[in-house]
Ligand binder design. Structure first.
Ligand code: CUA
Length: 345
């Protein structure tokens, strides 16, 4: 008997420790780059404010109901077979109370929710930056129609300006979720959805595809890089330049040749050099910090591993035409290709 009690006690203690541990992780700062409870712009703020307003009464309700359930279960439990409770029927006061209070609560939550939904879905007018975001299995494409720029995975924006995002998809349904800057909106093939985001401070904000979209859904991250308006103008001016393709017999020039002869150009656009439409635009690849659905840092080591066997680095289905195939490149070819890619500033 004593052993059973101490085992039960231990289980309770373990549960308490686990719960405290879970709660404590909520206090950690900066270790969760996709923290939706850490809003960094006015649109994320609106959602966060609504969440906080709903969360407090919901938490109070939860603990009140749990307490009452436990209290009533113990206080009024049957102590013997003959121990039947007093039978009552109807109590106008109580019934009115538990109808009116939830009605008022739900009315307040409903009104605030509808107001927020309309608020964040309003198409911004005036001085806004339009961007078309297209989901692909498994990366993001960004087009700036007014600037003539196409890039991938890293969405660059100026601070203090509303970004009017038009969302669509090239294949299946994805969901664009820049966690600290806005809510999530589905990217659906054949449809144009809308989302507005705005960053207050310059910085890097990570996000994630939030709709299951196949094998590498979890590897479909995204990144928003917010610049000061002048830095953004400089970034845009550089993106608008065509690539300077190396010529001659240098390693870079050999890589540029391989880019065409090995078929890379069939999938990837390099403005002024190739026009592939399947994979990310690589014209200014070296200005990005991440690649492959924003899951790898863009450096020589990761590019080398990637070019050696892409589907081994990130699950893809090249046999079905989805994702980059293994081109069976030699180490020398990989080195030359990377030398070329590193010229794409
Ligand atoms: Cu795209 Cu999940």
């Amino acid at each position: 008997m004593r052993n059973r009690v101490s085992a039960a006690k231990r289980r309770v203690m373990l549960g308490v420790v686990a719960a405290v541990g879970l709660l404590a992780t909520g206090c950690a700062k900066q270790t969760f780059p996709q923290d939706a409870l850490h809003p960094q712009g006015p649109y994320a703020d609106k959602i966060d404010r609504l969440w906080r307003i709903v969360f407090v009464p919901a938490a109070i309700m939860f603990f009140l109901v749990m307490f009452l359930v436990l209290f009533v279960s113990f206080r009024y439990r049957a102590r013997s077979d003959e121990d039947a409770p007093v039978q009552t029927h109807g109590n106008i006061k109580l019934e009115l109370t538990w109808t009116i209070i939830p009605f008022i609560l739900l009315l307040v939550i409903g009104v605030l929710t509808v107001k927020t939904v309309f608020d964040i879905n309003k198409i911004p007018k005036g001085n806004v930056l339009p961007v078309t975001v297209t989901g692909h299995q498994w990366w993001w494409e960004y087009r700036y129609p007014t600037l003539g720029i196409t890039t991938a995975n890293e969405l660059h924006i100026p601070t203090g300006k509303k970004v009017n995002v038009t969302l669509t998809s090239a294949d299946v349904i994805h969901s664009f979720w820049p966690t600290e800057l806005a809510g999530k909106v589905d990217a659906i093939p054949g449809r144009m959805n809308h989302l507005t985001l705005e960053a207050v401070k310059p910085g890097t904000y990570d996000g994630q595809c939030a709709e299951y979209c196949g094998l590498s859904h979890a590897n479909m991250r995204l990144r928003v890089v917010a610049h000061s308006p002048s830095d953004f103008a400089a970034w845009a001016a550089n993106q608008q330049k065509p690539a300077a393709i190396p010529t001659g017999t240098s390693d870079e020039a050999v890589g540029a040749g391989l880019f065409k002869s090995k078929g890379c150009s069939g999938c990837h656009t390099i403005n002024g050099y190739s026009a592939g439409q399947v994979g990310p635009n690589l014209t200014h690849l070296e200005t990005r910090k991440v690649f492959a659905g924003a899951i790898f840092p863009l450096d020589e080591q990761h590019l080398t591993r990637w070019l050696r066997n892409p589907p081994a680095e990130k699950p893809m289905m090249p046999q079905n035409g989805i994702g980059m195939p293994n081109l069976k490149l030699s180490d020398q070819e990989i080195a030359s290709l990377i030398s070329f890619l590193q010229t794409l500033h």
